[in-house]
Design a binder for this molecule. Sequence first.
Ligand code: PLP
Length: 385
Amino acid sequence: MPRVYMDANATTPLLPEVLEAMRPYWMEHFGNASSIHLDGQKAHKAVDHARETLARLFNCRAAEVVFNSGGTEGDNTAIFGMLRPGDHFITTSIEHSAVLRAAERVAERGVETTFIAPLPSGLIDPEEIKRALRPETRLISVMLANNETGVIQPVEEIGRIAAEAGAFFHIDAVQGAGKVKFDVQRFGCHLLTISAHKMHGPKGVGALYVRRGTPLEAQVVGGSHERRRRAGTENVPGIVGLAKAAELAMQSLEDGTQERVAALRDRLEAGILALPGTGVNGGSVPRAANTTNIWFDQVEGEALVIALDLKGVAVSGGSACHSGSTEPSHVLLAMGLNKNRARASLRFSLLKTATETDVDHVLRVVPEAVGHLRALSPVAAGTAG
Ligand code: PLP
């Protein structure tokens, strides 16, 4: 049975070029980038080169790139590193848990947080952010692309609002890499988080853009790595892999990959929507090219995830970080879906290497699986509301 992986927003495999780029840095060039001998210098040079690549991805100076362990660390650092008791923080109710849990933590330390709910479309209305501003608002954090719906947020407008208010602005751009052209100048952000494993790079490595002069307190202290903004011996192979993935992500914005993925996603979506009792969450606004989030009436989302897995298709209900829990997605609930519909929603997120054959396979098995579950459904039989 073929296996089709449509859970790219959870994680992606390394591209062969990424693995090849990393390979020498495990054994051959294993040096510590802080050592002054030749082995250290080789590692240091690789990290410097990677920093230049990331600076091109972000459109910033190399000195403004801080390597770290990924999206969770970037989000946590932005929030813990910027906020002090008495500050006001504005974020949204559809952020990743790396932002939401950090917001809860700073709330315990006397930082008041306003969570902006999305419109039913999944978009955050910048006017709502403007209305939430207070003189003591120090930080605004809004994601670029939502991990569950793919909805792309109006970060440029939010950046302008932050600038007018004199607030700092952090963007969780983990799901945007290779899907949206980054430009931290145009976005007007002071901080921006990315993670390698969402863009065909290795897990456990990422980067945080920190605009020059941003008073960010380091959260990991020790040696003087990363200009004292993040201590710890650099993960050289990981950083090299992140940079290669970033290079390929930039390419895929220019070489028609995104248009190709969008066309596949649209065909997949149209095929599934031909089933009665289905619809797209967040389908009316700009979305990442690879993502569609679809509700299926009279189906339990988790049962459908399992049924599709048995038929060789990997997708996700809610976000991967919440799998194992039966709570409906906080993102879909915030968009106004009722619990049943939120629970009956699935995320299909295509790899950039997805093919027509992948889509054909999914379009063959989804109607079978949905039909089977509906036939068994107590809701369909009229025994449960
Ligand atoms: N932010 C968003 C929007 C994400 O989708 C994720 C991962 O799912 C993260 C942050 C966390 O990134 P990482 O897995 O690199 O810690």
